[in-house]
Design a protein around this ligand. Sequence first.
Ligand code: ACO
Ligand SMILES: O=CC(=O)O
Ligand code: MG
Length: 527
Amino acid sequence: MAQGVTIRAALAGGDEDILSPDALAFVAALERRFGVVRLQLLARREEVQAGLDRGRRPGFLAETDHIRHGNWRVAPVPVDLQDRRVEITGPVERKMVINALNSGANVFMADFEDSLTPTWRNLIDGQVNLRDAIAGSITYEDPQTGKSYALEQPRAVLVVRPRGWHLEEAHVRVDGRAMSAALFDFGLYLFHNARTLLDAGSGPYFYLPKLESHLEAKLWADVFTIAEQLLGLPHGSIRVTVLIETILAAFEMEEILYQLRDYAAGLNCGRWDYIFSFIKKFRNRSDCVLPDRNGITMAAPFLHAYSRLLIKTCHRRGAHAIGGMASFIPVKTDAALNEAAIERVRADKLREVGDGHDGTWVAHPGLVDVAKAVFDEHMPGANQVATIRDEVHVTAADLLAVPAGEISEEGLRNNLRVGIQYIEAWLGGLGCVPLYNLMEDAATAEICRSQVWQWLKHKARLADGRPINEMLVGELIDDEMTKLRTALGVKRFDEGHFTAAIALFRQVATPPEFIDFLTLPAYDRVV
Ligand SMILES: CC(=O)SCCNC(=O)CCNC(=O)[C@H](O)C(C)(C)COP(=O)(O)OP(=O)(O)OC[C@H]1O[C@@H](n2cnc3c(N)ncnc32)[C@H](O)[C@@H]1OP(=O)(O)O
Ligand SMILES: O=CC(=O)O
Ligand SMILES: [Mg+2]
């Protein structure tokens, strides 16, 4: 065991390789060097929130004007990230890792974040799976179907998404305190795979989630510099794509790229967390109440402005502008519904490529060809980074324009039943699930619960005039859960995690306290 590091979990055979003394000493070194700054930046988030609560409107920063007007570009994008027109995403579960790498997508974003419950087993198995995938030796036999899985050619390029700055890894303590989850996921992956990836002509590539400022990007840049030094990797071996998925980061896209200019390869529109962040940051403002979740599409002016600004910013700086996730997934049981879902995905990708995105995300292998066909038709080159969008002018007011629309009883019910079912799955170890023919993950579930919180807080009314209050929400939860118990069957419902999920949903959806992430109290239940 590395000095000063304690593991508070049972280890299974094979875990010792991932958690070797040298690997643990490496992540502990990162934690010792950067743990305090991480906590300072989290404290800064609270100060910024206090300012927003007092009525401050976010805007482009005066003190970084020179960066926005300066003449700089990110380091040249590596060859194997030049064409990333379709990126499949998915949790780091063994079968899905193989399926995603074989899916025909250009990139596989292997996820320790929105789509993964961070149980100790999921995390360590995920590291094993990625190591085996990079070694080319990964195989899997499905105990249910008997089907065997192995890698094929061509394979998607691997990009890994560690957890965000706000989370801790409770099972690993460095000098007596839980270490940063982001540094744990990032550090272990880098330690075990960087050399193999670089020797194979690729590299350690990452997606960085949930940043709220360029100072948080600077922290990542500092981590990369030291991590490369400790492992003897050339400076700039690590390459990252930053998710712009908070309303505050939308005002600092240039600065985020600048801080990471030796490392950045692109930005991505993390639309679901972005919507969640909009609700969260302006939660105390009665003029920022959003309508039904299903009515907030990327065509809404505030979201369209954000994606166009992201594209313009990226291309000016030589970075790729990657689109986001349409939550529609194939519907196996109904051909007409399936065609409608595919059409929604197609329309979403058509808007993205037309606006100038260089690639996009899909949630399921059945959507790779759909997205690819759209990008192949409208993006003949490997990307469209050279197309500079000088005609795009996005103002702070554009980014902050609150969409109009109604709050329906069905919209409220949907938030309740989806939010609770998602949390129930998460507590059972599944961080991404199909619900009512849509992909649901931590980011989409955050929208469900934060909308309910916001509607309660501001005493919003349903379209028919009824006030949304705790009594109505309580009645609708009871009604939805009664129907669900019948639909799922009494055994499944009673043996599942529904009691805990309902309690947790109420905790994160009921004012006055706004809990920053539902995964914080949820994590306590899976540790
Ligand atoms: C907001 C954000 O952060 S978006 C990014 C995070 N979200 C994601 O990554 C979405 C990942 N997607 C998924 O987890 C799944 O596709 C779900 C939960 C949406 C749907 O799951 P299911 O309904 O169980 O999928 P389905 O049964 O159709 O799967 C069919 C096959 O495709 C595979 N598959 C489905 N999705 C994926 C995926 N994303 N990557 C790799 N393989 C996949 C399944 O493993 C299965 O393989 P098999 O036929 O060999 O058994
Ligand atoms: O991570 C992606 C998102 O939409 O959130
Ligand atoms: Mg997200």
